[in-house]
Design a protein around this ligand. Sequence first.
Ligand code: AMP
Length: 198
Amino acid sequence: MRLVIMGPPGAGKGTQATRLASRLGIPHLSSGELLRDAVAAGSEPGTLVGEIMARGELVPDDIVKRIVAERATAADASDGFILDGFPRNIEQAEALDRAFATRGVELDAVLRIDVDESVLVDRVTERADRARTAGEPVRSDDTPEVLRERIRAYRRETAPLLDLYTARDLLETVDGSRSIDEVTAQLVDAVTARNRAR
Ligand code: AMP
């Protein structure tokens, strides 16, 4: 299946996409992870991309589209994948449509994790605290100030995609305020129903 997972920063997209990918046996493609890896490996104009990410703004479309396309055309993604963090604006959604059309495949569903914005700052602060306690690296964009910019970018650029995918009857919304297991269960149910209807 070809799936997209959407939701504001801190909604739990990464956690849920990882779980769903292992249940479905398809790779989890996170544009944020791919960008962080590219910056760490020095394979991108690191300072430019790294600085944009550190500010919580969107990286230029051309760079993201190229990095995601490279990963999405790898052999292990030929039967499907779950895209996390991409598309993030209309231009990227159109690029995804074109890529699918070229390959004669379709998007099966867009999974939206719906979370009230008021809890996002707390969640991201907790994520950073947990990583710190576990001695793991803390994302430099997991600070309240940068998170506010990421939420603004989501509202301005990404949220309009919800209307687009609703109009195409691809959107499945789950309640992201529930426990991690409950959110996974809702997502699995939504995907199973879509798969049955295929
Ligand atoms: P994420 O891991 O999805 O929260 O993404 C972290 C950061 O990577 C974002 O705040 C953006 O700076 C950048 N990023 C990730 N995906 C995209 C995308 N599709 N388009 C533009 N920038 C992105």
